[in-house]
Design a protein around this ligand. Structure first.
Ligand code: PNS
Length: 168
């Protein structure tokens, strides 16, 4: 059985991530979406919210497992019995970071390889960090994230707006 892990922060999941998942899940028997639990980095959404949002918008993909991990990715990969890491690639600037990560992971666990999927050109500029920033300033990001995520981002914006008052 070919098991792959698609790790990431997913804070929040975007349409770019979903596109990578739709395409990569055809290449493997089981695709594990693994949300990193980084105790040193507070995200916009909690770990549980991120997992829940991924679950809500990926019901059409039958061979997905949604999970989270902390610590080293390669340790998690070994526990899952996976042989591949899936990552999406957008720009040249992604490439350098991704190359280093793939080489480090391969050095730590030679049985694992990283499979890169080129991002769909529609989502080339879409990143969770830019989506968060724009949404929290009131932008409509519904073209970039699934509807369930757009609703939650809007709620966060409302929450912050009430705390902060109107922008000038
Ligand atoms: O979506 P992101 O934030 O780009 O994902 C980065 C992620 C989670 C894949 C990476 O930070 C990671 O693998 N973290 C786990 C800790 C680890 O194994 N670090 C060494 C990787 S070379």
């Amino acid at each position: 059985m070919r098991i792959a892990v698609y790790p990431g922060s997913f804070d929040p999941i975007t349409k770019g991530h979903i596109d990578i998942l739709e395409r990569s899940s055809k290449l493997f028997d089981v695709m594990v979406v693994a949300v990193v639990h980084n105790v040193n980095k507070q995200g916009l959404f909690t770990l549980e919210e991120r997992v829940q949002m991924i679950r809500e918008c990926t019901g059409h993909l039958p061979n997905l497992e949604i999970d989270y991990f902390s610590g080293l990715l390669v340790d998690y990969i070994s526990r899952k019995g996976a042989t591949a890491i899936v990552r999406g690639l957008r720009t040249v600037s992604d490439f350098e970071y991704e190359l280093h990560m793939a080489m480090m992971n391969h050095q730590l666990l030679p049985e694992v390889d990283t499979v890169f999927i080129m991002s769909n050109s529609k989502y080339f500029f879409v990143s969770s960090s830019l989506v968060r920033e724009a949404a929290l300033l009131g932008a409509d990001v519904s073209d970039m994230v699934p509807p369930n995520v757009a609703v939650r981002l809007k709620a966060k914006w409302e929450e912050r707006r009430q705390e902060r008052g109107p922008l000038r």
